[in-house]
Design a protein around this ligand. Structure first.
Ligand SMILES: C[S@@+](CC[C@H](N)C(=O)[O-])C[C@H]1O[C@@H](n2cnc3c(N)ncnc32)[C@H](O)[C@@H]1O
Length: 217
């Protein structure tokens, strides 16, 4: 669900290779192991891990291979992303990744009823605020008590001036779409508190990113 002023995300040309349905997101190679370290400490011992905004699918494959005791459920609203996720799953032979779901965080209903953890990497600043609202509202409904919603990306934080690289990134996002832009961690935490989550655990990550772990109370 997008409104007339909101152009949805599409993969850039650097994500594509001629004749290959797999997308190659350059940042995933750089950030996937740092995120994996966070996931190892935050995810449950077993269960279904719903990934929102899986993009190319490279993260889901990497995490699933590293944590074979878990089942990953990738999702994305972009048809190109869904094709890529399927192609990565098949070509890598990874067996603990479910077929991707068409899922827009802003939609009134989501195509599944439960998840043991929810992961969302680099989405909330590159989608309208309604996507963050939808993500947190649905996560509050799907997750069991103690279940984590894990966000990763750049944020604004009260008392912290925006690093020059993040300020430039924020400006470029807003230029592409006025509804996009880095989100304020305090506003995200307030939304989560209203949806039944505890205070965020915040982990500083490389390249001025954060991992934010919100647990359902
Ligand atoms: C920058 S990419 C990040 C992809 C992947 N998580 C990564 O880190 O490589 C942004 C992703 O957000 C997805 N996205 C945009 N709006 C969305 C929405 N409303 N609900 C769910 N996903 C959305 C896009 O389709 C795209 O896959």
């Amino acid at each position: 669900m997008t409104n007339a002023t909101s152009k949805p995300w599409t993969p850039g040309p650097e994500w594509k290779q001629v004749g290959d349905p797999r997308l190659f997101a350059p940042a995933t190679q750089r950030n996937r192991d740092a995120i994996l370290d966070v996931l190892r400490g935050a995810l449950p011992r077993q269960g279904l891990i719903l990934e929102i905004a899986s993009g190319s699918g490279e993260h889901a494959i990497h995490f699933a291979q590293a944590m074979p005791h878990l089942v990953f459920q990738p999702s994305d609203p972009s048809p190109e992303a869904l094709t890529s996720i399927k192609a990565w799953t098949e070509s890598s032979g990874t067996i603990n990744v479910q077929p991707p779901l068409l899922l827009d965080a802003m939609a009134g209903t989501w195509p599944l009823q439960t998840a043991d953890a929810i992961l969302c990497i680099n989405m909330i600043h590159i989608a309208p605020w309604a996507a963050t609202q939808g993500l947190i509202r649905h996560a509050g409904r799907l997750l069991p008590p103690g279940g984590p919603l894990i966000l990763y990306g750049p944020f604004r934080r009260a008392g912290h001036s925006l690093e020059p690289s993040n300020a430039a990134f924020d400006a470029s996002l807003r230029q592409r779409n006025p509804e996009w832009g880095l989100r304020d961690l305090g506003e995200v935490a307030a939304l989560a508190a209203a949806a039944g989550f505890g205070a965020p655990e915040v982990i500083e990550m490389p390249a001025n990113n954060l991992s934010v772990i919100l647990r359902r109370l």
